[in-house]
Design a protein around this ligand. Sequence first.
Ligand SMILES: *Cc1c(COP(=O)(O)O)cnc(C)c1O
Ligand SMILES: [Zn+2]
Length: 418
Amino acid sequence: MEKTFVGYRCSLCGKEYGPEDVQYTCPADGGNLDVVLDYEGIRKKYQVEDITTRTDASLWRYLPLLPVTDPGGEGTPLRAAGWTPLYQPPALAKTLGMRQLWVKDEGRNPTASFKDRASSVVVARARQIGAEVVVTASTGNAGAALAGMSAAVGQRAVIFAPRTAPPAKVAQLLVYGAQVILVDGNYDSAFDLTIEAANAYGWYCRNTGYNPFTAEGKKTAAFEIWENVILPLGDSTQPLNVFVSVGDGNIISGIHKGFKDLMALGWLKVMPRIFGIQSDKSAAVANAFFAGTETIVPVAATTLADSISVDLPRDGVRAVRAATQTGGAYITVPDEEIISAIADLGKVGIFAEPAGSTAYAGLKKALKEGVIGADEPTLVLNTGNGMKDIRAAMAAVKEAPIIEPTFAALEKHLAANR
Ligand SMILES: *Cc1c(COP(=O)(O)O)cnc(C)c1O
Ligand SMILES: [Zn+2]
């Protein structure tokens, strides 16, 4: 195989490194590294049709645009990550007064969140470099994804999560057979401990906003949006709006990277506008955007949307740029609107966890405040499945009534609730 992966470029100082020179962040300043591909070489070898006619119904259809070799694992969940359902719920569009609205349901990934995109590509990388153990810190989903993708191909995984992680996510980690260590602290403390452990034991570290390959996995969502929404729209000069929730900022930077790759290849003509949505109780990236700076000031995050509850976003700079460089914006929403967005999506058959419904809550606010127009083509990502956090789901709805198992009791209940 010829080399598509030619190295890294630091997102802060711009210094370039060869594929073997570094592993995680820029040694000079700790900046996040962008993976650099041989765009010229890819363009010589492939046309758009060569990609769009590939038969893998997974993110592996984009292998020619990924910095990893084929990880194998055919017939396992590793090969099933990505290629998630794309909906155009008419009732939702009507409620919002929109003409062209898509919802991409990342909760339908093998371990039920967007994180499978990153973890499958990191596991591919781990196999390529012969790593014995892969480790990650996680609020739950990244760990579940790494545990699941690792289990699929018999890779050893160690997961550090805060002890407050929702029980469904902890159950997933355990069932997938990872070594699970719950930390009596928050995500940020688990993050630092993971890096210490990885350095001490020689484990390969997947940490979000630290390992450059996570964004490479996440960029495949942009490829799917391009293939299934942007290309069919035809030669429109109208950019697509993309709404995505933001915690560490790695999903939004990954999606931005995917669109930038396609631009570099000449396969995408109009850059979509990327909108990052945060809870106002965990808004470090949005704060920087509003202040017109790339300097990220940590917050004390308290949002109930655990997957985006982050004090210090680890991919904050690139996350700010995803909005500033695409004509997008940041929007913050209160937790009550995140919860009611769960109910809105549920009513059209889409079950989201709080961090997943956050993007939809942001879309509602963006329309109300005129940040975007109702006539603009817009896509919202649901990044995680509602099964992940049943307590939050129950907060979005009224409890079901309990009645005696008699017809009389039923009639009485129905009469009282007409
Ligand atoms: C991780 C996650 C996010 C946020 O992704 P970041 O890269 O941390 O910004 C959003 N939603 C869900 C469900 C997640 O698991
Ligand atoms: Zn640097």
